[in-house]
Ligand binder design. Structure first.
Ligand SMILES: [Zn+2]
Length: 282
């Protein structure tokens, strides 16, 4: 749920670099596809800017030739990903993000590039920079070959969607008799939010299983701060939690409005039962 600047690297530059060392018969085939790749990148950009990636159904049919499709997808795996391949330096550059944080989950480290539209279904977009999103291995795996069928099914694209100016993510603390309290996370769209964007953020939250990621991390964090909270009174605990929330909120690179710790500290600071002694149960 984090946004990133759109890469300045052009589709043509990256494509030419990647195919530069292909063997002659593959290179001829790939050179003939260059303009189709550039056109596909333009089409993708227009659709992504309009939150309409679900409308690119015709693009999935191109090119028709199976050998062309194979060479395009091989261009990603053989000519861009390996360190010593002609695209290797570009691959590493595209993966660079602040603090290595995966923009899809906002928590784990970036280790790969995820195709916003999968390369097996959209071979013309296999090495198009704006279709390549830095991601952690788990988010990449969870998304798999997903293709949105409707506008609401589109997960957030970090280069084109930015929800950081408002709070969408909230935490809830649930006290249960005779059992340890539970922490859960949910999306609550801002009142002013467009209904398609709201559906997309919820889809994103579910697709990347963010509740399952944040909940256990929240419990570990509460265990970590228990010692600090023991040494101060309830008013001091509230103040500490509000300061902690604020410091995450204002850190645009590593934290922000929708960081799970921000939502956690916000909820804890407003929970009298937690402040009065409940913190000791975590
Ligand atoms: Zn991730």
């Amino acid at each position: 749920m984090r946004s990133l600047p759109v890469p300045s690297l052009s589709a043509r530059t990256l494509y030419r670099a990647c195919i530069s060392t292909a063997i002659r018969r593959h290179k001829r085939r790939l050179e003939a596809l260059e303009q189709a790749v550039v056109d596909a990148s333009d089409e993708f950009e227009a659709a992504a800017s309009a939150a309409a990636l679900h409308t690119l159904k015709e693009l999935a049919k191109k090119p028709v030739d199976e050998a062309d499709r194979t060479q395009l997808t091989n261009t990603y795996t053989d000519r861009l990903v390996p360190d010593r391949s002609p695209g290797g330096a570009f691959y590493n550059e595209l993966k660079k993000v602040p603090h290595k944080i995966c923009p899809l989950c906002g928590h784990r480290d970036v280790s790969t590039l995820d195709h916003q539209l999968p390369k097996m279904k959209y071979p013309l977009l296999a090495v198009v920079p704006i279709n390549l999103v830095p991601a952690c291995g788990i988010c990449n795996w969870l998304k798999g070959e997903h293709v949105p069928a409707t506008a609401s099914e589109q997960t957030l694209h970090p280069y084109y969607d930015d929800v950081a100016d408002q709070q969408w993510l909230f935490a809830r603390l649930k006290w249960i008799e005779n059992r340890p309290p539970e922490v859960s996370y949910h999306i609550r769209p801002p009142q002013s939010a467009d209904c398609v964007l709201a559906a997309r953020v919820i889809r994103h939250f579910q697709m990347f299983r963010l509740a399952e990621l944040y909940g256990p991390n929240a419990v570990r964090e509460m265990s970590n701060i228990r010692g600090i909270l023991r040494g101060i009174n309830a008013a001091g605990r509230r103040k500490y939690l509000l300061l902690a929330e604020h410091s995450i909120l204002i850190d645009k690179d590593a934290g922000g409005q929708n960081h799970w710790k921000r939502a956690l500290f916000q909820t804890l600071a407003g929970d009298a039962g937690y402040l009065e002694g409940g913190f000791d149960q975590f």
